[in-house]
Design a protein around this ligand. Structure first.
Ligand code: DON
Length: 306
């Protein structure tokens, strides 16, 4: 097998004629302004080696990838009680779908679809005003990445708040079943700001605890127990790509979480944390080239969990 740096550089080079493929998410105007031909890949191994290609230093909007970090915080604060508020099954529906919520009485299928992440935002508001809950999420992400420079892109948050009719509908619908405790505007404020966190290769660093049994091997910080890390990975594998989760498991075979900003965080347990970014999305809202890059990486490293 070629060394990892060669694999990463080869993937970047081989995909370069295809940069720009896919569609930008025009329902969040600020995200539709990103240059479509950006592509970054960052692989951080559990022993601390870093392999980068392309625009790995450019910050992008992590969007739904933030749901991994808010789930981790919520589990730390509330433990298994969170599973009364949100399920653990793949939805088989679009990330912003409302249909199951009516049949399932306002309990979202899993924490990674929008409705599920909104329920988790509500949990993070317990005992805090929205500003503090947002601050807590940002501090946690900085702690995971061991990097103070990470910020929330206020324009992305405002852009989404201005056009987030679907998320407002999901939150109000859940509220109608008494499934949200805090005011809908507060819950959405937290949700839109977590989605607007901007990260670069820092994302791969931030995911490292999930590749290393719950402890960040570079800082020695124990973030979660080994069992909890395994379980978060299980949810990423089964639910991390919405109605594309089965296809991602089939092609890539790694726990992963995508965002409409075109990023994907993938975890190779015991091996590495990987962040890829390419803004063009496929039909189910996951990064088109990001998915292909991860398929190439998993095939060339043998990192599939299967
Ligand atoms: O709520 C939204 O629609 C976006 N802030 C996040 C959606 C997302 O990233 C789903 N991704 N595939």
């Amino acid at each position: 097998m070629p060394d990892l740096q060669t694999i990463v550089a080869d993937i970047h080079r081989e995909l370069s004629p295809r940069f720009g493929e896919g569609r930008l998410p025009d329902y969040i105007p600020q995200l539709a302004r990103v240059a479509p031909d950006r592509f970054g890949l960052a692989v951080v191994t559990v022993d601390g080696a870093v392999h980068l290609a392309g625009d790995a230093d450019a910050a992008f909007s992590i969007q739904s990838i933030s749901k991994v970090f808010t789930l981790t915080i919520a589990l730390g604060k509330h433990g298994d009680a969170i599973w009364k508020r949100v399920g653990r099954e793949p939805s088989g529906s679009a990330f912003n779908s409302i249909v199951q919520l009516e049949r399932e009485e306002g309990i979202p299928r899993n924490p990674f679809i929008n409705a599920g992440a909104i329920a988790i935002s509500d949990l993070l508001l317990a005992g805090h005003p929205p500003k503090e809950a947002i601050g807590e999420i940002l501090r946690f992400v900085r702690y995971l990445a061991d990097e103070e420079e990470i910020v929330i892109d206020g324009e992305v948050a405002r852009s989404e708040a201005a056009t987030g009719y679907r998320n407002a509908a999901l939150a109000n619908f859940m509220r109608s079943f008494d499934r949200l405790i805090h005011p809908v505007e507060h819950v959405l404020g937290v949700y839109f700001h977590q989605c607007a966190i901007a990260m670069s290769r820092q994302l791969a660093r931030a995911g490292l605890y999930l590749a290393a049994g719950g402890t960040n091997p570079l800082t020695g910080h124990r973030v979660v127990s080994p069992q909890r890390a395994r379980r978060i990975n299980a949810l990423m594998l089964t639910c991390g790509h919405y109605d594309g989760s089965g296809d991602f498991a089939y092609h890539v075979g790694l726990p992963g979480k995508s965002g409409v900003g075109g990023g994907i965080l993938a975890i190779a347990p015991g091996k590495a944390s990987i962040a890829v970014w390419s803004p063009g999305l496929n039909d189910v809202g996951n990064s088109a080239l990001g998915t292909i890059a991860l398929e190439m990486l998993a095939a060339r490293t043998g990192w599939s969990v299967f």
